[in-house]
Design a binder for this molecule. Structure first.
Ligand SMILES: C[S@@+](CC[C@H](N)C(=O)[O-])C[C@H]1O[C@@H](n2cnc3c(N)ncnc32)[C@H](O)[C@@H]1O
Length: 329
């Protein structure tokens, strides 16, 4: 697996070199109330739009509408006669999308997990869509909103829920899972070689007091990992990524969503999936291959497409992106 940071395209982006004796360089302990929202650059935008073969009047499902970066271009292509169903499990980001995309008659923004995209379409009375996009992971807006607790760059309560109505937060996992469960999460979702050391340190710390903040978690991880093990990424990067994926059950949602969404694709309709983690990409690859073998899907991209060096230079967060495209038979 590639080295991936806490947030999908955002993975690996916190890549400053770290010096052993500069704790302060590791955690820029900004106040949790401080909110700094960076613009979210849509990844592989032109490629996605071309692969979706958008035409005026089409019905398109954007299962991860986020701030509406891809959606804006999709709306432009499908025109006033088209319909765009933009789903996101984060109601806060849907408000940003609403502002960014403006009032458009064919636009439906829905707060829902994309694993229930079929239900959303049914409720809207939409029997089938011409194209679908899933752009996985977290948005820059979420990462840069300190109080959401996604980033070790800000000191904030340990939350990491994309959907604030969900019941389980990072606090719950970090403080209540068994040592073995934590090791398993860190190894599987973070590919963390020091999983056992980190889990052991977490257990010792939480015996004294609950681990409540991102900064506490980052400091514990930092102390647990030997210096020679540090790479160019922050030592807590993998731990944060692993807990975020576990809190939001990201792989499970993807596995459930793909077959449901494909059922709603019209013959000839295309699905584009942008992933930023090798386990996500693997889920997509295996699903597409299985349906291709059953002649339900045709693989449009035999190998996943990656951003160009120019795009990576302009938007470093795109660097772990992989785009896979398939067409309904
Ligand atoms: C990378 S951002 C999408 C960015 C968007 N394409 C743009 O250009 O602005 C991913 C978004 O997907 C949402 N998301 C992640 N998993 C989800 C799920 N299972 N169901 C619904 N939304 C999800 C996140 O809340 C986030 O807003």
């Amino acid at each position: 697996m590639r080295e991936e940071a806490q947030g999908t395209r955002d993975e690996g982006r916190e890549t400053r070199d770290h010096k052993r004796d500069t704790k302060s360089s590791i955690i820029l302990a900004k106040r949790s109330s401080f909110v700094h929202r960076k613009i979210h650059e849509p990844v592989l935008l032109q490629e996605v739009v071309e692969f979706l073969q958008l035409r005026p009047g089409m019905r398109v499902l954007d299962g991860t509408v986020g701030a509406g970066g891809h959606a804006k271009e999709i709306l432009h292509k499908i025109g006033p006669g088209g319909v765009l169903i933009g789903v996101d499990q984060d109601p806060n980001i849907l408000e940003i999308a609403r502002t960014h995309l403006g009032e458009t008659s064919g636009l439906h923004l829905v707060h829902e997990n994309f694993r229930h995209a079929d239900r959303v379409l049914q409720q809207l009375g939409i029997g089938a869509v011409d194209a679908c996009l899933l752009d996985l992971g977290v948005s820059s807006y979420q990462l840069e909103t300190a109080e959401r607790g996604f980033s070790f760059q800000y000191d904030a309560p340990l939350d990491m829920r994309m959907d604030p109505t969900a019941t389980v937060s990072a606090f719950d996992l970090v403080n209540h899972l068994s040592e073995w469960e934590i090791v398993s999460i860190l190894q599987r979702l973070g590919q963390e070689r020091y999983a056992k050391r980190i889990a052991d340190s977490l257990m010792q710390s939480r015996q004294k007091e609950p681990i409540r903040t991102t900064q506490q978690l980052a400091s514990i991880v930092e102390r647990a990992i030997p210096y020679h093990g540090w790479s160019r990424i922050h030592p807590a990067t993998r731990t944060f990524q692993a807990f975020r994926m576990a809190v939001n059950r990201e792989l499970e949602s993807l596995e459930e969503a793909l077959p449901r969404i494909v059922k709603f694709l019209k013959p000839g309709g295309r699905i584009c999936v942008l992933s930023f983690h090798s386990l996500e990409d693997r889920v997509v690859k295996l699903f597409f291959r299985r349906l291709a073998a059953e002649q339900q899907l045709r693989l449009v991209t035999k190998k996943p497409l990656a951003p160009s060096p120019v795009e990576i230079h302009q938007n470093p967060r795109s660097r772990s992106a992989k785009l896979r495209v398939a067409e309904k038979c």
